[in-house]
Design a protein. Structure first.
Length: 263
């Protein structure tokens, strides 16, 4: 895998963990409710082309929990401060699940430092009459199984995720996620009113068999974000960057490459 560093960075009086590797245009990846975890294969592949930056949200993992953290909007504003502090411009912002919601909230506020936006299996909006799995009503094992289409991969993840030494971090991540998404469940009823403000090229990547936010959500986002593009990955669940890492990275690279040619 490509070399990467791990550091703690103070932003707005909150120290957060940041993994960073590669070189090139900055690509900021915002993780979902499970946390950033480790440097994953899709990150290593993208680091061959981009300066990949993966922060752990306030309240997750080893990052501090600041007194001001109450809503997803707080995190969106925090990451605007993060971009300013690190003086990042021309950023390719990628958000997955909860991170996709944060990324969308950030982009409706200010895209001046962004070159593109990618939402992967994103929360943040609600689509009526579409059946969804509510992970807060599932056992730990079932919650992880529901993330994947390939249950053999789920078996491998379960073997790692249910180890006693990672229980504390998993519980902390779970508690912070609940605080942010509990009510209304996993969406902001006002966000969809402002998605038209996103004025950078936008890619929407979804797994065909996503049970948490089914692919109908990709097309709902597409209707709300002008000029956005949808890619549905076959034989894939809620974590395309994990379950179909090479396809996910290739689609992202292709999207950004085509955008550069068009410019």
């Amino acid at each position: 895998m490509a070399d990467y560093s791990v550091s703690m960075i103070p932003v707005r009086d909150c120290r957060i963990g940041v993994m960073r590797g590669g070189s090139g245009s900055p690509l900021l990846f915002l993780h979902g409710g499970g946390g950033a975890g480790t440097w994953l294969p899709f990150m290593a592949r993208l680091a061959e082309t981009f300066d990949v930056i993966v922060p752990e949200h306030p309240g997750f993992g080893e990052s501090e929990t600041p007194p001001w953290l109450d809503t997803v909007s707080d995190l969106a504003n925090f990451y605007l401060d993060f971009l300013k502090q690190l003086d990042l411009d021309g950023v390719h912002l990628v958000g997955q699940s909860l991170g996709g919601w944060i990324a969308a909230e950030l982009a409706v506020r200010n895209t001046s430092r962004l070159a593109s936006l990618t939402l992967a299996s994103a929360a943040g909006i609600h689509v009526k009459d579409i059946p969804q799995v509510d992970t807060f009503l599932s056992s730990d094992e079932q919650r992880i199984r529901d993330l994947f289409h390939d249950q053999k991969l789920a078996d491998a993840v379960l073997a790692r995720a249910l180890r006693p030494e990672v229980e504390d971090v998993a519980l902390r991540n779970r508690m912070t996620t609940a605080k942010l998404v509990w009510q209304p469940r996993s969406h902001d009823p006002h966000l969809q009113k402002w998605l038209h403000r996103i004025d950078v090229p936008t890619l929407l990547i979804w797994g065909e068999h996503d049970r948490l936010f089914p692919k109908d959500y990709a097309f709902a986002y597409q209707r709300l974000i002008p000029g956005s593009k949808v890619v549905i990955i076959p034989d894939c669940g809620h974590l395309p960057e994990v379950e179909k890492a090479d396809v996910f990275a290739a689609e992202l690279e292709s999207f950004i490459g085509a955008m550069r040619i068009a410019a």
